[in-house]
Each structure stands twice: as structure tokens, then as C-alpha cells.
Design a protein around this ligand. Sequence first.
Ligand code: FVH
Length: 308
Amino acid sequence: MIGNNMNEVSVIGLGAMGSTLAQVLLGNGYRVTVWNRTTAKAEPLVRDGAVLAQSAASAVGASPIVVVCVLDYKATNEILGTKEVASALAGRVLVQLTTGSPQEARDGEVWARERGADYLDGAILAYPSQIGTDATILISGAETAFRRSEPLLKILAGNLTYLGEQVGSASALDCATLSYLLAALLGFFHGARVCESEGLRVDSFGSMLADLAPVLGGEVKHLGEVIQAGEYDRPQSSLMTYASAAEPLVRQAQDAHINSEFPTFASGLFRQAMAAGHGEEEVAALVKVLRGETTDKGGLTAGRTQSG
Ligand code: FVH
């Protein structure tokens, strides 16, 4: 009976990522049923042997595992929020690979279970070109559902990571990673402006950073360990060192009459941490400012004002 063979999968959403997921699964011998709002995007896949579903509901009904990869959860709800889909979902595993928030993942799990389906929430930390080779995909949700989907997911992601039953974990780690990525990009773009304003080549700056990447990677690994252990009193490089280094960044932007939003924002947080008495501590002590912890002049944590 259609919809029970574990080599059958449906892919809903055939954008840059979704079409790649479908293509790779097709190439690995899966019977792939596809559906996309704009049907034309399915044509190359159909030429390669995919089955075009006439509706999202029939795509859901066609396979035991249904992968969704669309723009956002709003698009997901527009596609899956129909009676027809609801009645086709029972017994399936819904694998949500759309980028979203941990709360959206939790809501998605409740929604799917109310319709008799298992639910996995995932985050793709890779470009479409990496799918089927060294892509990193984080997955969280019911272990039984993960075990049913693992062979398929392993084909998509050479670096598949199961984070356990807490369904919001994959999205949470994706949010944390995006936080780091966006901050690094903002810093790079401001750095590019510094180079331009001082007559330096931006491509040389980029390749210098690429050479520094292992050192920068080692630094965040160390800072993660410091924050996890809560041990800030043996600074490799103190917060004061970073705080004072941020000031010339603000002055350079002012002197060169370039946008100073990023250095002003960054130095502002370091000034708060200095004012709170964390100067002698590991630079990671800045996380206490983000937690809203209040301290006495000695830098000792007197209390927390926000969660975490
Ligand atoms: N592409 C990448 O490098 C990143 C890597 C990390 C993870 N992301 C996430 O993957 C999701 C899909 O991203 P995408 O790159 O495939 O996005 P697009 O190529 O823009 O395709 C978007 C698909 O979403 C469909 N869609 C959009 N709005 C609606 C809607 N209101 N109703 C139904 N479908 C909708 C769109 O359909 P169409 O425009 O072709 O009809 C595409 O199928 C995403 O969460 C990334 O953050 C990718």
C-alpha cells in the first residue's frame, strides 16, 4: 500500500534547499513524491523520476515520511493547515526542516501529534551544495520518529546530529549559531568599511580572517567552556583588554566619517560590563551583562534580573 514503504518520502517545498533535498534522495533510490506552491519548480525533479502530487494533502498521504522545507513556519501553516492534510497525516513522520524558533517547533509537535503524526524538528546548517555530502543537520524530537527517519536523514547530512526528545533543541542551537554568524557578518562588514576608508583591500582582509579562523574557533570553544563552568577569574585575555580595544574602533569610525553603529553597539556592551566590575575577569564575563546579572563593586554576582 502506498505510503508505508520506508524508501518512500515526500518533499514539500522545492525552493533552493527543498529541491536539493528531493534531488539527493532521488539520486539515492528513494521514491520521491514532491509538491510545491509553484508547480513549475517540480518539473526538473519529475523529469528525474519524482512523482508530482496534485495537492499537499496527497503528498502527505503518499509516503510514511514527509519532509517540509519552505520559507518559514507561516508558509508551513498555510500549506499544512487544511482538513485534507490533517486527515492524511495519521501514522506519518513529519520532518520539519524549515528555519524557525524553538516555540514554533514546540507548537508544531503539539499540532502534529493532535493529528496522529510523529514530528521531528530540524535545522539545516549548510548550503544546498553540501546536501548529500558534509552537510550539518540538527534534529530533535521523539526518538522513535528519529530512528524511523535516520537512514533518510543520514543520506542528506554527512554530519547528522540528534539532540534528543526536547523538540525545540535543534532550532535553539540553530538560533545560537545564527546569532554568532550574524554578529560575525556584521563585524566583517564594518571591518570592510574600515578597510575601504583606510585604502586597504577588502579581499586581503577576508583571506587574512580565513587564515585566522582556527584561532578564532579555538577562542569561542574556550569561551564556551568558561561560561559552562562559570569560572571567569583566570582570564586568558581580560574583559578590560577587549573593552579598551573597542574604543579605537569607535574613534576610527568617527575620524573616517563612516557608519559607527556596530562599534558603538559593541563598545557600549563592554562599557556596561566594565561599569559592573567585570574588567579583571574573562571576556566571557560579558554574558553576565546579557543575563542582566547585577554585581557589587567587587564584581561578585549579587543577583539576576532576567531568565537564565
Ligand atoms: N538556502 C540555504 O542556503 C539555506 C541554508 C540553511 C537553511 N535554509 C532554510 O531552508 C528553508 C528553505 O529555504 P530555501 O533556500 O529553499 O528558500 P527559497 O528558495 O526561497 O524557497 C522558499 C520555498 O518556500 C515556499 N513558500 C514561500 N512562501 C510560501 C507560502 N506563503 N506558501 C507556500 N509556499 C511558500 C516557496 O514556494 P514557491 O515560491 O516556489 O511557490 C519555496 O518552495 C528556509 O527555512 C531557510 O531558512 C536554507
